[in-house]
Structure formats: structure tokens, C-alpha cells
Design a protein around this ligand. Structure first.
Ligand code: FES
Length: 154
């Protein structure tokens, strides 16, 4: 097997950049946030375990989906750092992520549904506010668009 594709051979940062399209500064940032890890070679250059490519790819996807990095870090916390995650490790993370994506989808659907109606934010700027949030009574339920934060109406 070509050592450049051996999953056990760590990758230099240049190879990680080439393979992911992520800049060195972004990799350093993700490392500071605890999302990825590296070791150092004899010349103090960063080396990344090849399975970090998958983490970095998931970070790219998460950013596209608007998943906060802190949320992703919490999901990555269940993955081993010292060896390549197993299929079960990825499945466990995937289940957690799936639940969070479903919740996000529900909020987006609610937002889409309520976009032209009162969201309970306290602005009282729409005719519907007088009916759905008279005198801003929804403020007792907490801050923000409380009508969007209620449990799903299913
Ligand atoms: S939309 Fe803001 S309180 Fe109704």
C-alpha cells in the first residue's frame, strides 16, 4: 500500500490542507477549540491522524448547516482522540447529531410557518400580535420569540 494512503500514517498539515481545502489558520482554530488534534514530528511540525480528515469534513458540513462549533465539539467529545473512531463511535455521534438536526428542522419549519404571523417577540408590530400576544403577555414565558420556542404542534 502506498504510505500516502495508509490510514495509520499521519498527515502533514500541507496534505490536510490539500485534502480538505481548509486553511492552516482554520485548522489551528479548530484545534484550539478541541475539535481536532495533532501531534508533532521531530521538527516540531504538526501531524494529523488521517481520521481527522473525517472530523474536518464534518466541521465543513456543520458550518454549511449552521451548526455551532460548540455543539459539534460536544458531539465530538464522545469520539476517541487516541485512535480512529469505530463504526459504533460514528453511529453514536450520528444519532446525537440526527436528533439535533431534527430539532433544528422543526424550528425552521415553525419559523417558515410563522414568518408572516406573530412570533411572540414583544414587538407588537403586527395585527396578529394583538390576538396572539396581547399587551406582550408572552413575556412571562421568557425572552426571545417564545411562540417559536414552544414544543412542536403535532
Ligand atoms: S411578532 Fe413580535 S410580538 Fe408579535
Amino acid at each position: 500500500m502506498d504510505s500516502s494512503v495508509d490510514p495509520n500514517v499521519p498527515l502533514a498539515i500541507g496534505e490536510v490542507i490539500r485534502r480538505t481545502g481548509v486553511s492552516a489558520s482554520a485548522l489551528h482554530f479548530y484545534e484550539r477549540k478541541g475539535l481536532i488534534f495533532s501531534s508533532r514530528d521531530g521538527c516540531n511540525q504538526r501531524l494529523y491522524a488521517r481520521h481527522m480528515l473525517r472530523r474536518i469534513s464534518l466541521i465543513i458540513v456543520a458550518k454549511r448547516l449552521g451548526v455551532p462549533l460548540a455543539e459539534l465539539a460536544a458531539m465530538f467529545a464522545c469520539l476517541p482522540q487516541d485512535h480512529s473512531p469505530t463504526h459504533e463511535d460514528w453511529q453514536r455521534m450520528s444519532r446525537t447529531w440526527k436528533r439535533q438536526l431534527q430539532e433544528r428542522r422543526r424550528v425552521l419549519e415553525d419559523l417558515e410557518h410563522e414568518l408572516t404571523g406573530c412570533i411572540g417577540c414583544g414587538c407588537l408590530s403586527m395585527k396578529a400580535c394583538a390576538l396572539l400576544n396581547p399587551d406582550d403577555t408572552l413575556q412571562d414565558q421568557g425572552p426571545g420569540p417564545v411562540r417559536l420556542q414552544q414544543p412542536p404542534r403535532r
